[in-house]
Write a protein of this length. Structure first.
Lengths: 156, 799
């Protein structure tokens, strides 16, 4: 067993796990954070996207051990004090989540995008999300939700 | 004036989905839970000589091993195709067929144990295509079916089609091929079983059809259905791929019974490709006679489906390739011949549009070619030949509301069709296509007289309402539909309604989330239950308010006098008064579709309470140098009858366009190797699907022509809008560069080859050139309604 200390959603966590485990497995199996999903576990679909020190990563391709001392953000960390994040609000309002399985990944990829580029164009949104597959929505409601959240966050 | 219906509200599960709180099947864990893995066949077709799991059973951590002999009872979704085993008994029929299973304390141990299972195979000749299966009746892949390796043969004739075709001023004949594709839900199938010493089995599973899983478990495990509880977890996408009972569901249940411990399986992405049940690869031939104005005089349609290794829904799929040709344009005489072959590939089944996207592709491209030969605008030709509303088709489908004309007009106007068609510069083109789809099947899979959907409704004295329904939330919004409809009738906030669905212990049967049936059927059941509750509440509220019950309005969480809104009470008080007078307030509602008009054998597939209609214009850019097709914009109009939630309806339309675009341009369940039976890299990377970079812009128009059979007039939207995309893109490619690609997906290679042929002066086309000879059965002849038919066959005598 390996033991690491890292920050998950702003809180310090010390966790022991088999050293071959991926960040995805550590989050889901050892920390019970099942909001992070998986679609292939081969780095192909983007469904397991989380933020590592603010950057989107595929948690199925990151070893848990490599996260020692770093900060990870999952969908469970987005709502604060019982209040949804603006992206969560707009995803819910506009129907950007249908089955909801890829949604946590899209939310985090979108959050990273807006942190780097608070007023992205439609083309910039498409580029930022090109590594995340969604089979339900055709992506359009996701773009619209990101654009609306960006606008609201500008005026917040 | 509706307060809830039609509004773009949040879905009732939206917050759970955006916070990651929704618990999908693989998110569930229990103490002492075991992990299951399946050993799958490495052979496409072979006799199993022996399976030896003894070494695996001895591995530290392995709790149990299963082989085919442990679960010998066959199952299958259709009563006529009970041809699957939880684990293969004597024969494997495709690479990926499950042969043995292990339950162990960790997933790693279970995986390691698979390598210790020894299977000896005796290879048999394998068949990779429907044509091969037609040619070789032996060795048979199954020892049942209509002939040799042909699982199903259908021949239905409505009037003398040949005579009708001969009356045309133009007779046109075309061949088309539609490649298979798969659903590719983002969530891999997962199931978790728990067995209790009081002989009760619970299965949590990502299924679209808990009712049929319930039936299969009872049959294969020989347990009373009353001791089995199936809980359909929210599906992380289904699209038809989670509509069959599956091996892994039966195996984890058996393991739970053997070990007394919870057992879970989550399929790998590779295994999801082997479960498949996707679009049948389909070869089609069509001959149509038309008058100079485009009026159809007769049509003869043949389809040959590659079914893969098992029956699945295939008999229904085969009928569906011939059923809905008649509900868009008037076809006075119609002959359909359909065949489904068994092959040694992953089994095909129902994918979004179930058996109808293939013939719709063929028909809509065929009509585009006819319009060109007749020098008619393809939009105008279609508008002139529409099936009238409230009519009966040649094959006895009862069309109710019919908004296709409005759909065509909308997309023609919106897309600037008249300024673009045959007028854009080379390399740019537009194409038009239409379609129709069922709002649920008129007949259930197991023929009986019971309702297709049931709802129980409980009114709480605190003012809360709970709706119980067996329907299954797969992302399409079925839970929300129940809440909106009940909220509309009872005048409460939809978010004050609790929805309990997809649990065979708690909820009355709904047949499942397939064939676009849920809004119409569970919606009608919910509507009936809510109206009954309202009646009870109104009776006692009216007494208290001393006004006639008819004057009561239920709105904004109150029950009040419509003529004097201040005179009223809260909804909670209305429940309390009713409960004090009558006891606990609960009602039920159920829905059974109307009787079908067709009485011939085969009439069970095609009838529906209501048909949705769609029209689509695609604009494409084709690079004449490379054959690469890009689709910047699709205009789509969809006749949904009535939107229950307009945002959800548009979401379903956009999702359908997306999936149709994938099928039009890139998605293919392709096989490789010398025998062409090895899946061409079963991964999300190599199975090409549209990303944000390929997805087109979508302009959606909703046509609301309420259908009397739908709740508030609603018809389906989840599948129909996919259908016109592939033919619209194909027709647009022709408009852009003058070549016909009569096959999907329309890959650059195919466009390029057709362009090369055109340059050489050969036919500017890529597509099939031959439909094999098939020994069709004697046709079932049914006189059309306008020939005085009554829906019954006149020959052969026996049917």
């Amino acid at each position: 067993m390996a033991t690491i200390t890292f920050e998950v959603n702003g809180e310090r966590e010390e966790v022991a796990f088999a050293p071959h485990k991926t960040l995805l497995e550590v989050l889901r199996e050892d920390l019970g954070l099942t909001g992070t999903k998986h679609g292939c576990e081969l780095g192909e679909c983007g469904t397991c996207t989380v933020l590592l020190d603010g950057t989107p990563v595929l948690s199925c391709l990151v070893l848990g051990l490599a996260c020692a001392g770093h900060g990870v953000r999952t969908v469970e960390g987005m709502a604060q004090g019982g209040k949804l994040h603006p992206l969560q609000e707009t995803f819910a309002d506009l129907g950007a989540a249908q089955c909801g399985y890829c949604t946590p990944a899209f939310l985090l990829a979108a959050e990273a995008l807006l942190a780097a580029n608070p007023k992205p164009t439609r083309e910039e949104i498409k580029d930022a999300l090109a590594g995340n597959l969604c089979r339900c929505t055709g992506y359009i409601k996701i773009y619209e939700a990101i654009e609306l959240a960006a606008e609201r966050m500008q005026h917040a | 004036m509706h307060r809830v219906i039609g509004k773009a509200l949040r879905k009732v599960d939206a917050v759970a989905k955006v916070t990651g709180a929704t618990r999908f099947a693989d998110d569930l864990t229990f103490p002492r839970m075991l992990y299951c893995k399946l050993l799958r066949s490495t052979q496409p077709h072979a006799r199993i000589v022996s399976v030896d799991g003894s070494a695996a059973a001895k591995l530290d951590g392995v709790q149990a091993v299963l082989t085919g002999r442990d679960l010998p009872i066959p199952f299958g979704i259709l009563p006529v195709s009970q041809d699957e085993h939880a684990l293969c008994v004597e024969r494997v029929r495709f690479i990926g067929d499950p042969v043995a299973a292990v339950a162990a304390t960790t997933e790693e141990t279970a995986t390691a144990a698979l390598d210790l299972i020894k299977v000896e195979y005796e290879p048999l000749k394998s068949f990779a295509s429907a044509e091969e299966a037609v040619e070789h009746p032996e060795p048979r892949i199954h020892d049942y079916g209509d002939s040799g390796n042909l699982h199903k043969l259908i021949d239905l004739e409505f009037g003398d089609a040949d005579e009708g075709i001969a009356e045309g001023d133009l007779v046109r004949e075309d061949l088309f091929f539609f490649e298979g594709s798969t659903h590719l839900p983002m969530e891999q199938h997962a199931a978790l079983a728990q067995w209790s010493p009081d002989r009760k089995l619970t299965l949590w599973t990502s299924t679209q059809t808990p009712h049929y899983v319930h039936r299969a478990l009872a049959k294969v495990l020989e347990l009373p259905a009353a001791r089995i509880r199936v809980i359909a977890t929210p599906n992380g996408g289904g699209f038809g791929g989670k509509s069959d009972p599956f091996s892994h569901e039966l195996v984890v249940a058996k393991f739970a019974m053997m070990t007394g411990r919870p057992v879970k399986i989550t399929l790998t992405r590779e295994e999801v490709f082997y479960c498949h049940r996707g679009r049948h690869p389909t070869l089609m031939w069509v001959r149509t006679g038309v008058k100079r104005d485009g009026a159809i005089t007769g049509m003869h349609f043949k389809s040959l489906l590659d079914g893969g290794a098992y029956g699945s829904y295939g008999v229904a799929s085969t009928y569906y390739t011939g059923a809905l040709q008649t509900v868009t344009y008037h076809v006075p005489r119609y002959h359909f011949q359909g065949a489904r072959a068994f092959t040694n590939k992953a089994p095909c089944g129902p994918k979004r549009g179930h058996g109808t996207p293939q013939p719709r592709f063929a028909l809509e491209v065929h009509i585009d070619k006819i319009a060109e030969e007749l020098h008619l605008d393809p939009a105008e030709l279609r508008l002139k030949t529409l099936v009238p509303a409230n009519s009966l088709t040649a094959n006895y489908l009862r069309v109710g509301s019919m908004g296709l004309g409005q759909c065509i007009t909308k997309v023609v106007e919106g897309s600037g069709w008249k300024k673009k068609f045959r007028k854009l510069p080379r390399g740019r083109g537009v194409g038009l296509a239409c379609s129709s789809y069922i709002s649920g099947a008129g007949l259930p899979i197991y023929w009986n007289n019971m309702p297709h959907s049931g709802v129980q409704l409980k009114c709480d004295r605190g003012g809360g309402v709970t709706v119980f329904c067996g329907s299954t939330e797969i992302g399409q919004g079925s839970d929300s539909i129940l809440a909106y409809i009940v909220a509309e009738v009872l005048g409460v906030d939809p978010f004050d309604i609790a929805v309990v669905t997809g649990d065979t212990d708690l909820t009355p049967v709904d047949l499942g989330s397939y064939s676009s049936r849920v809004t119409l059927m569970s919606g009608n059941a919910a509507l009936q239950a809510a109206e009954r509750a309202r009646q009870i509440l109104a009776l006692h509220a009216a007494k208290q308010l001393e006004i006639p019950a008819e004057r009561l309005t239920f709105a904004d969480g109150r029950v009040f006098d419509g003529k004097n809104p201040k005179h009223g009470m809260s909804f909670a008080e209305a429940v309390q008064r009713a409960e004090a007078a009558e006891g606990t307030i609960g009602t039920v509602g159920s829905y059974t579709p109307p009787q079908s008009a067709g009485k011939y054998r085969g009439a069970g597939v095609g009838p529906s309470p209501a048909y949705s209609y769609s029209a689509c214009v695609a604009e494409v850019d084709v690079d004449p140098e490379t054959g690469i097709v890009r689709v910047p914009t699709i205009w789509i109009a969809h006749d949904v009858g009535r939107s229950i939630n307009s945002a959800s309806v548009i979401g379903q339309v956009e999702g359908s366009i997306y999936m149709g675009l994938g099928e039009a341009l890139m998605e293919e369940m392709a096989y490789r190797g010398d025998l062409k039976v090895v899946h061409k890299i079963p991964s999300l990377l190599e199975y090409k699907s549209p990303t944000t970079l390929e997805m087109c812009d979508v302009v959606t128009y909703l046509i609301e022509d309420p259908d009397p059979n739908g709740p508030f007039g609603a018809k389906e939207v989840g599948q129909g809008p996919l259908l016109p995309v592939m033919p619209a893109v194909a027709n647009a490619v022709y408009d852009a560069v003058g070549v016909r690609v009569d096959e999907v997906p329309i890959t650059p290679e195919k466009v390029f080859k057709a362009l090369r042929r055109k340059e050489k002066g050969e036919p500017a086309r890529y597509g099939p050139d031959h439909f094999p000879d098939i020994a069709w059965p004697e046709p079932t002849r049914v006189p059309t309604p306008w020939e005085g038919g009554d829906g019954k066959a006149v020959s052969p005598a026996r049917v």
